[in-house]
Design a protein around this ligand. Structure first.
Ligand SMILES: [Zn+2]
Length: 592
């Protein structure tokens, strides 16, 4: 490859732009260099990273990290930790997921789910291609254009395209073909309006428009699903267990109606009721599409953005869980390990976990993603801002000392760490500052700002609007084996105006429970089995290794008084299934 710049007549030519496949390789190489430098820095600065983890100012993601169980880490040798600041790491995904859940806790269910896929035929991309080049040869152009369109789309939505906007979360993924696409969740301010079919009809269509309509061509080109079947015959590979996993073709529906579970059945008129049809040729076969085959879309967005842009209504709480998991699922990865029979798994594996090494091993990057990341474009975004709120048990806010620090420095550090966001929230409630007594801990950032130098909450001078929060708080996640911290979190999420740990343990009749967990159960906030089942499902969502889930199940049986172990087993038996058992050993394959 020629390096440097070459002048051809007037035009300055960048050889990388002309190198096609070699250019793609170059981008991937540069990205890998950048990442390995970053990871090397992390490996060399573990002391500081572990300190943050120990002091509980980071979310725990594995049992035994953060919080009270840190002793295990010491026993296990020195695990190498990959912090949440590394985009794409487990901790990073976890923190994004928790942020999205915090918005959900504040705003209720999201209203719209948008998927926007980059169109390689956009004129802005085509104009930049040299003769003979495809979009894959210019990943940096594709990324710039897609990012600009996405920004414009978010601006349209924030400016009130669908009504008054309240919040959003999005994440970017890269398809196997390399093209970027965005999954966007949107919360609207007017919750009442979004329970009406008129609002749904105004925004979403699931029908083939009349031929005279300006969007006719676009719907026909990019919003029809099918035929479902064998990809080798040029059909979509969406069949799972004999049916389309997107449930196409859908049933006809004369007009939009809400089902009992709150999900709307969009208007899809049958040809007899006047619905349009369109015939397309695929591999020489004539296929007739009807309204049953239309992927729901927003006509306005389709007209403006000219790409596959799917707009759907978000319904039950169940779908929120699905969507959050889906948009935060991380890269597809399979880890396989062969172990001889008789050797029990990771639990007593003596070698310490090396998260950096694990991360490197499962890194998979396309030139498109490489270009996206090198241009420092965000892989996830949300609004409003989410402030993480640490929790700790009484006098257990852990203070980190550098072993080399002097006694003076230690004293200084102690004084500084004495007041925490949590204890200062108690102070606000005790002193009845502002409306603190009407607030949950998680609501505090909406009404107060944290002054990290003074280490205190100060009342906001300009409060936010009621339906459109400018800042959302989320209480740190607590590890499941950590019953007291877990209970503290539940109590804080259910008690307004908490004045002290004592206050949280006090029941309505004035009696004080011995532990936070006892208070939780007495207040009916967790039935014992419900709490255990919640632990399991939370872990099932996040665990990277099926053995972790099984280990947790066993631990719960031993350590907690499970009332109905069989029921718990049946609930999670699929999640704990061995994916593959080999004659010579056990291999576990997990998809994240
Ligand atoms: Zn299908």
């Amino acid at each position: 490859m020629m390096m440097g710049r070459e002048v051809k007549g007037e035009e300055v030519v960048n050889p990388i732009h002309l190198s096609n496949k070699l250019g793609q390789q170059w981008i991937v190489d540069q990205y890998c260099k950048y990442m390995s430098e970053k990871l090397r820095f992390i490996e060399n600065n573990q002391k500081k990273i572990r300190a943050e983890l120990y002091s509980g100012c980071k979310d725990a993601i594995h049992d035994g990290d953060g919080g009270e169980n840190t002793g295990d880490l010491g026993k296990m040798g020195r695990p190498v930790i990959l912090p949440a600041s590394v985009t794409g790491s487990d901790r990073w995904y976890k923190s994004k997921y928790m942020d999205a859940m915090a918005i959900c806790l504040r705003q209720g269910r999201p209203h719209l789910f948008n998927t926007m896929t980059c169109n390689p035929n956009w004129p802005e991309i085509k104009e930049e291609l040299k003769p003979g080049q495809t979009h894959n040869d210019r990943p940096e152009v594709v990324c710039r254009v897609f990012h600009a369109k996405l920004k414009e789309l978010m601006k349209d939505i924030k400016d009130g395209l669908f009504g008054e906007y309240a919040a959003h979360v999005y994440s970017i993924e890269f398809q196997k073909s390399g093209l970027p696409h965005a999954h966007i969740l949107i919360w609207m301010a007017d919750k009442e309006a979004w329970r009406k079919t008129e609002t749904v009809d105004k925004v979403i269509s699931a029908e083939i428009p009349d031929e005279s309509s300006p969007i006719y061509k676009r719907v026909v080109e990019s919003m029809l699903h099918g035929p479902c079947g064998n990809p080798e015959d040029g059909q979509r590979s969406c069949i799972q267990n004999g049916i389309c996993r997107f449930n196409f073709p859908k049933d006809y529906q004369y007009k939009t109606e809400f089902e009992e579970d709150g999900f709307p059945r969009y208007q899809r008129r049958s040809p007899e009721d006047g619905g349009n049809t369109v015939a397309k040729f695929r591999n020489g076969k004539r296929i007739v599409y009807t309204n049953a085959d239309v992927v729901p879309y927003s006509p306005w967005l389709l007209m403006k953005y000219d790409c596959h842009i799917n707009t759907e209504y978000c319904h039950s709480v169940k779908s929120i869980k699905y969507v959050f998991k889906y948009i935060n699922k991380g890269s597809d990865v399979a880890t396989t390990r062969l172990e001889s029979i008789g050797h029990t798994s990771s639990a007593d594996d003596p070698s310490p976990r090396n998260e950096v090494e694990d991360f490197k091993n499962k890194m998979f990057v396309s030139s498109m993603e490489g270009a996206w990341r090198l241009q420092e474009k965000p892989i996830a975004d949300r609004s409003p801002a989410v402030q993480a709120l640490p929790i700790h048990l009484p006098n257990q806010q852990t203070v980190f000392f550098d072993p080399e620090s002097t006694q003076e420095e230690m004293k200084e550090q102690l004084k500084k760490d004495d007041r925490t966001m949590l204890t200062d929230y108690f102070r606000l409630c005790r002193d009845d500052v502002g409306n603190a007594r009407d607030l949950y801990y998680r609501d505090i950032p909406e009404h107060f700002t944290w002054e990290s130098k003074e280490r205190r909450w100060n009342q906001r001078k300009h409060p936010f609007k009621k339906d459109v929060p400018g800042m959302i708080g989320r209480v740190h996640y607590a590890g499941m084996k950590d019953r007291e911290r877990f209970a503290l979190r539940v109590l804080l999420n259910n008690t307004k105006g908490a004045m002290s740990f004592e206050h949280l343990k006090t029941l309505d009749d004035g009696s004080v429970c011995n532990t936070l967990m006892a208070a939780c159960i007495a207040k009916n906030l967790v039935s014992d089995d419900q709490y255990i089942s919640d632990c399991m499902s939370e872990q099932a969502h996040h665990c990277t290794n099926i053995n972790q889930l099984r280990q947790l199940f066993v631990d719960l049986l031993f350590e907690c008084e499970v009332v109905d172990p069989v029921k718990l087993y049946i609930e999670f038996k699929d999640a704990m299934k061995v994916d593959y058992v080999h004659q010579y050993g056990v291999a576990t394959a997990t998809r994240k």
